[in-house]
Design a protein around this ligand. Structure first.
Ligand code: S3P
Length: 175
């Protein structure tokens, strides 16, 4: 359908993994799940990588993984929420694909992440104010990286997938 990769970006809990699986199923794409693949390669959970080696180490592996993905096409890539923190990562994503930014309200994000302890950067920050603060710190980076943006509150995964594909098709027609 598309020859390029589709990178799903967005804050933690905006549904990137869910939408990646749904897109793969509906449109027959292959999936690269960055956090899961990194954890498998390192033989450690994301929390374990952060606590043993620190965030910088994790960010370096993220960048290395994005470089590997340059060789591939037709992949849906579910990115870690912090992938936009490095300009180099944004450049790499844009070189091999289109970037889709999923957003959700802090209230909705809190509902989705509150019982999950797999995200080191949310430890001690599971409240609406802290989540809203973190989103605000990153908003400009998401905005700059994104080719299209989709708000996810109140929509089903299928509705979001159709919206992703329509927005990408429209972009293609206008290019
Ligand atoms: C992070 C998001 C996480 C994971 C890591 C750091 C971030 O991914 O990569 O905990 O900086 O926002 P998800 O967005 O898939 O939770």
């Amino acid at each position: 359908m598309f020859t390029y990769n589709i990178f799903l970006i967005g804050f933690m809990g905006t549904g990137k993994s869910t939408i990646a699986s749904c897109l793969a199923e509906m449109y027959n794409f292959k999936i690269a799940e960055m956090d899961e693949d990194i954890a498998r390669k390192e033989g450690k959970s994301i929390t374990g990588i952060f606590s043993e080696y620190g965030e910088e180490y994790f960010r370096n592996i993220e960048t290395e993984y994005l470089k590997e993905l340059q060789e591939m096409t037709n992949q849906i890539v579910s990115c870690g929420g912090g992938v936009v923190l490095r300009e180099e990562n944004v450049r790499l994503m844009k070189q091999s694909g289109k970037v889709v930014w999923l957003t959700a309200s802090p209230e909705e994000i809190l509902k989705r992440v509150k019982d999950d302890d797999s995200r080191p950067l949310l430890q001690g920050k599971k409240n609406v104010e802290a989540i809203a603060g973190l989103i605000n710190q990153r908003r400009a980076r998401y905005e700059k990286a994104a080719d299209v943006m989709i708000h996810t509150d109140g929509k089903t995964a299928e509705e979001i997938c159709v919206e992703v594909m329509n927005k990408l098709k429209n972009m293609k027609e206008r290019e």
